[in-house]
Design a protein around this ligand. Structure first.
Ligand SMILES: Cc1cc2nc3c(=O)[nH]c(=O)nc-3n(C[C@H](O)[C@H](O)[C@H](O)COP(=O)(O)OP(=O)(O)OC[C@H]3O[C@@H](n4cnc5c(N)ncnc54)[C@H](O)[C@@H]3O)c2cc1C
Length: 620
């Protein structure tokens, strides 16, 4: 086997799979080094992809030419567009997935690329040469060389798991932890810390009294994640599986509290910070002490598996307490456990030591992506993976990196937040983190990103052509609606009527738009059948009419703010030589080396007065 590659990706999780596909898709020869071919992009926790803000991220990955959307579609068990009742900035796609099919589809996807190799082993040691990495040695002694490396080792670096007072080494239940490489990188100068996350028990659905639970069905007309015209598993005829809603009660809480003296969270065994927005059940009892019930969901893990995920019941309490508490929940009196809830603590690296390309500021040819940068979630990891993969290739080509702006993508917000603000708990995306929410919608990620990715050599011709066609259709339909002052709420009914109107004349809509003297009634008699706009096009036009004022206002605000994005700060700039900066600002700028004034303005401790000093110096 060849042992020299352009790029080596370490870890086949959500970040690693996207990174490997991106670097290979752009032309690099890639090795994906990961211990288990059957556990690629494993869903360690929730068997679902998407949700609020996360769904937008998956649409963005797809728009860039990535695969998380397509893989999710292929493995969908249930689809829901969340927040339909709210404004379109809040609509978020979410899919329950078949975990095994998800991993198997990723394997098939990776194997379909000729310049991408997979080797099943753990990376045990980086081989450094003059502060850059030349190669990697695996636990079984194999050595591979490359010019760029992407580390995406997830929760495995010095991973330690906890169930009550019982702790054991590992990155995920039943899987070994990874030792050596994180200590090496810390020794090279990348600050490293510990974080923790947890997961709930998995139960046997056959042991549960479903008559006591509230059934939750998928959407009647399920949509999908990918912009490509590939039907999802449930669009192609697969039956949607149900989830179930249930609740804890006072008795459950009392049982859980009786185990607090053996909770590693409260006894100090776990040192790492956990996700505040995805708390364990014991955290919830502490934080919301007055609440006598918490909502839980039972979610399917596979079409042919009785294993269900008890969402909302993440815990690291002793197993006997977990079982007793679960059995006190209505409907779960006889629940059989397949797996216990547990917590895992692991190393992560301070993301402030990364460039916006996700290349390390300390080790020149190393990129980091995913949970190792202090994030949590498949979507956040995959998003960083595609950016790191594309930029690793661009780096080797000596090309400018792809950096997404905050008004361009949630992925831009994610990376900018990580780098300018750092993390003190696992970072999860929320719509509230984005200042341009009405621009960053799930329906328009293709308009925002596909052309850029295509121009850099990743998004395929097929994707590019589809976006161009959609853009043309949207422009025509929008112009038509504008000519006849069609209200957003009428776009859909109008099109339906056009579809069923008998033809007297065959004309393209573009010609009609050029004839504003026609009345709407006259129009209906001449519009050709088969105008046939896809629901994507109609949605885009509806939103653009309904929210025109907000969209315009955010665009203007973004343009104004983006001016600072283009004022570069030289990499070797001497901040000590600049009078007027506060001491804290000077220290932060020297440590994190922002590349533009806009980046500097988002670093905590840098005040508007400091920015004025920088602006005066740089002649603005
Ligand atoms: C117990 C648990 C609970 C979680 N709870 C939540 C939650 O509540 N909410 C949420 O959003 N997310 C949760 N997650 C996190 C979610 O699983 C991750 O955010 C996501 O999987 C991160 O993706 P990744 O690609 O960074 O890493 P991972 O998906 O962890 O993948 C890492 C990959 O790297 C491989 N690897 C590790 N070390 C090496 C090495 N040295 N050499 C080669 N390969 C290596 C591993 O085998 C694995 O395939 C949880 C994860 C765990 C384990």
């Amino acid at each position: 086997m060849n042992n020299r590659f352009d790029v080596i990706v370490i870890g086949g999780g959500h970040a690693g799979c996207e990174a490997a596909m991106a670097a290979a898709g752009m032309g690099s020869s890639v090795l994906l080094l990961t211990p288990d071919l059957n556990g690629l992009a494993k869903m360690s926790c929730n068997p679902a992809v998407g949700g609020i803000a996360k769904g937008q991220i998956v649409r963005e990955i797809d728009a860039l030419g990535g695969y998380s959307g397509l893989v999710t579609d292929a493995a969908t068990l249930q689809f829901r567009m969340l927040n339909r009742s709210k404004g379109p900035a809040m609509w978020s796609p979410r899919a329950q997935c078949d975990k095994q099919k998800f991993s198997a589809t990723w394997l098939k996807t990776l194997l379909s690329v000729s310049n991408l190799s997979i080797y099943a082993d753990f990376a045990a040691e980086f081989l450094f040469e003059n502060r850059v990495i030349a190669g990697v040695r695996t636990t079984t002694g194999a050595i591979f060389y490359a010019r760029a490396f992407i580390l995406t080792a997830g929760t495995f670096l010095n991973g330690k798991m906890f169930i009550g007072q019982h702790s054991f080494e590992g990155g995920r239940i039943g899987e070994k932890a990874s030792y050596g490489i994180s200590d090496q990188l810390a020794a090279a100068g990348i600050p490293m810390e510990r974080m923790k996350t947890g997961t709930p028990p998995r139960l046997d659905i056959r042991s549960i009294d479903l008559s006591k639970l509230v059934r939750q069905e998928g959407d009647a007309n399920p949509e999908r994640f990918s912009y490509l015209p590939v039907p999802s598993a449930v669009q192609a005829g697969g039956t949607q599986m149900d989830c179930y809603l249930l609740h804890t009660n006072e008795k459950v809480h009392d049982i859980l509290r009786s185990g607090f003296d053996r909770s590693p969270l409260f006894t100090g065994l776990i040192h790492g910070k956990g996700p505040r927005y995805c708390p364990s059940i014991e955290d919830k009892l502490r934080t919301f002490a007055g609440k006598d019930s918490h909502q839980l969901f039972l979610e399917p893990e596979g079409v042919s598996s009785p294993e269900y995920y008890l969402q909302g019941f993440s815990s690291s309490l002793p197993l006997e307490i977990q079982m007793e508490a679960v059995h006190a929940i209505e409907g779960l009196e006889n629940a059989v456990f397949f797996k216990p809830a547990y917590a895992v603590e692991y190393d992560y690296f301070d993301p402030q030591y990364l460039h916006h390309s996700l290349r390390s500021k300390v080790v020149d040819n190393l990129f980091l992506a995913g949970q190792v940068n202090g994030t949590t979630g498949y979507e956040e990891a995959a998003a960083q993976g595609i950016v790191a993969g594309m930029n690793a290739h661009l780096f080797l080509m000596e090309h400018e990196p792809m950096i997404l702006r905050r008004d361009q993508a949630y992925i831009g917000v994610l990376i900018d937040d990580l780098i300018n603000k750092g993390v003190d708990e696992p970072y999860r995306m929320f719509t509230s983190r984005a200042e341009y929410r009405i621009l960053l919608r799930q329906d328009n990620a293709d308009f925002r990103l596909t052309e850029l990715s295509h121009s850099l050599g990743y998004a395929s011709e097929e994707r590019y052509a589809a976006v161009m066609k959609k853009q043309e259709d949207v422009a025509l339909l929008a112009a038509f609606c504008d000519s006849y002052k069609v209200k957003a709420s009428l776009v859909n009914p109008l099109l339906e009527r056009l579809e069923s109107t008998p033809l007297t004349e065959s004309k393209r809509l573009s010609e009609l738009v050029a004839r504003p003297e026609l009345t709407l009634e006259q129009l209906l008699t001449v519009v050709p059948r088969g105008t046939n706009y896809s629901s994507d096009v109609v949605t885009s036009v509806e939103i653009s009419i309904k929210y025109a004022g907000y969209i315009e206002r955010e665009k203007l605000q973004a343009q104004k703010n983006n001016r600072l994005e283009y004022i570069k700060i030289p990499a070797d700039f001497d901040f000590d030589a600049l009078n007027g900066l506060s001491i804290e600002c000077r220290q932060k700028l020297k440590r994190y080396k922002p590349e533009t004034i806009a980046q500097a303005s988002r670093i905590s401790g840098v005040s508007p007065a400091d920015i004025s000093v920088l602006l005066v110096y740089f002649g603005r």
